[in-house]
Design a protein around this ligand. Sequence first.
Ligand code: SF4
Ligand code: SF4
Length: 335
Amino acid sequence: MNVTTRADLTAWLDRLAERLTLIAPTAVEDQLLYQPVDGSSEITFDFVKTDLPVKEYFLPATHALLSIERGKEGIRLEEPTLEEERVIFGLRPCDARAIRVLDALFLEEEPVDPYYAERREKTTLVGLACQEMGDECFCNSLGLELDDPSDVDLMLTEITGREAPEGGYAVRVVTEKGKAILSGLMLEEVAGSPPKLAFRGQTPILEAEAWPEHFDDAYWARLADRCLSCRVCTYVCPTCRCFDVRDYETQSGDFERLRAWDSCMAEGYRRIAGGHNPRPTKAERLRNRFYCKFCYYPRDFGPVACVGCGRCIAKCPVNVDIVEILEDVATLERV
Ligand code: SF4
Ligand code: SF4
């Protein structure tokens, strides 16, 4: 395997930050977030997972699609320029898999989303293998490994012991994009392979075809009694991707067209012209979140739209726990 030391890795990251945008896990007050950094000294290397995923770098919470200005020469439409080349460092395998889940909708289906496609094209993903599973993690139930390289361009696994007496990382090149940014990183070939890390037990997850049998179960109404419709679970989820497009008048009297995150947990999300709402109750909305992830998305686009990161468990104010729900659903009788 190819190994680099921590000192060589940080020197390489410092040089990367000088020539392009480097985004990495960074402590911001009491949160750990992926943020642009000026150098390796701002990066947190030892962590379980960040508080928020990297979704916002591909599908920003708000994004101005265009502005409409009224001037002396008439009306002018302007599309903001998009991003510079960038590297996201320190992606956990679950967050990298979530990007592939988003690709299935935004890149692999017609019409391709041009904003998402440009951001993906200009981004290189550097993974950092997990050292342990967090309390709420269940990625192993969704087929992931703690050092899964499938969805990144370069994969790093921290190693200690004989192969790296002062601490270091095994480096795997996964794609040409990864190879292209590797120049300047000191590597040494040593015998052996990165250690395999231990997993906890599995959470049962029904196949997409089995979910319709439980659609009318009273379970969903009982569960919804607890839900506050606060939408936090969808905003922190790396695979939730619903958005709305709205036009605003700015203070100067011009107009801006914004694309902004939306949430299927919101009462008005499905309301249509005339005021009809096909999903009027909280139980229907909560049920839809699970059907979207485990039944509709895999059926329509391929991957399951959950990567087992556990953020929705950690952040829900009333302890709606997706692992408990998956276990419950697996034991429900057919309705
Ligand atoms: S975070 Fe919890 S309370 Fe808020 S909408 Fe999601 S399930 Fe409901
Ligand atoms: S549903 Fe929950 S556990 Fe699954 S990817 Fe979204 S936040 Fe993570």
